[in-house]
Design a protein around this ligand. Structure first.
Ligand code: SAM
Length: 317
């Protein structure tokens, strides 16, 4: 079977780690990729799909609506396209479940379908900024961020994200808190090699596929961003006197998470929030271990776990 995978990000990495070895992929498809290969396979642009024999094209990216239009223009047979993130459509756009089950296994396909079928209702606030399909990539996470940002009006301090990757979440922080400086800490070239030893090749490979230019290009107010590139906590040097109102901590691994908790929490303003991503994500158990180590060392935190896709813990300062 000639299988193509649309996307070179975390969705594609997770697919490879969970359901399909990279060797089975004819090519990954990404119009913005920084590298020509991903997990040892070629990366082609969407335009290069035109005229190819495609048995199955698995779309791992979130913007299913836009990608469906793009594939239509390129003449790709919609019966051969399987959208893992199908939830933007009011009706199911997938027509090739049998093919997807053949390639990925029935259990995986069922799991994907169920986890994408959530009921969403809008927030009832006067200042709703994230609306429509934009809010759908992780509805609970994004709408909680939006509600939290409203509560920060009287809280001084900067915003920051440790673990930025492609700026998917930083973009919303920047949009919701346009007046605040936004510190962005990341290597922008993937995890520390020693710390990520033993992690899935898909997870590690996907996080190399980014760069600072790409991140700045998705921010609505890039002039408010301060990029701190390299391994944290060394990259926080010189910022010891800064104070923070909102921090997103999303580094997936134990030691880096613990370093983030230790560095940021003492520098947060009263009334601020630290969002610890992946606290309830069984795929990344180091995050919870880091929180437990921190609490053992410095006492129990006031926190609410969210039922978002990867189990964020909202720590209230
Ligand atoms: C899951 S991604 C972040 C995703 C992003 N917050 C989002 O929601 O779109 C994790 C990121 O943490 C970064 N990272 C992990 N440990 C780090 C460390 N010690 N210093 C800097 N960056 C680190 C990786 O490079 C990777 O880009």
């Amino acid at each position: 079977m000639k299988i193509y995978v649309y996307g070179t990000g975390c969705g594609a990495g997770a697919l490879i780690d969970a359901a399909m070895p990279a060797e089975r992929v004819a090519a990954f498809v990404d119009g913005q990729a920084q590298l020509n290969t991903f997990l040892g396979r070629p990366v082609i642009s969407p335009e290069e799909l035109a005229g190819r024999k495609i048995d199955l094209l698995i779309v791992t990216a979130h913007q299913a609506e836009r990608i469906a239009r793009e594939l239509g223009r390129l003449g790709v047979d919609p019966d051969r396209v399987f959208y893992l993130k199908n939830h933007l459509a009011p009706v199911d756009r997938n027509r090739c479940y049998a093919l997807a089950c053949e390639a990925l296994g029935e259990d995986y396909v069922n799991h994907i379908c169920c986890s994408e079928r959530l009921i969403r209702v809008p927030l009832r606030t006067e200042r709703e900024t994230i609306t429509g399909p934009e809010a759908e990539s992780d509805y609970v996470r994004l709408k909680t961020l939006e509600a939290i940002c409203e509560r920060l009006a009287a809280v001084p301090g900067h915003a920051a994200e440790l673990g930025v990757y492609r700026g998917g979440f930083a973009r919303w922080i920047n949009l919701l808190l346009p007046e605040r400086r936004l510190y962005l800490f990341d290597t922008f070239s993937g995890f520390d090699e020693a710390e990520s030893a033993g992690c899935g090749a898909g997870l590690v490979g996907a996080h190399r596929m980014t760069g600072t230019e790409r991140v700045l290009s998705v921010l609505p107010y890039p002039e408010r961003a301060v990029i701190r590139q390299g391994l944290f906590p060394a990259t926080a040097s010189g910022l010891e006197g800064e104070r923070f109102a909102l921090v997103s901590l999303d580094v997936d691994l134990e030691e880096s998470t613990l370093a983030g908790l230790r560095w940021f929490l003492p520098r947060m303003e009263a009334g601020g929030f630290l969002l610890l991503h992946d606290y309830n994500n069984p795929m990344l158990p180091g995050v919870r271990r880091a929180l437990e180590r921190y609490e053992k060392e410095l006492g129990r935190l006031r926190a609410v776990p969210l039922c978002d896709v990867n189990g964020t813990l909202v720590i209230s300062v």
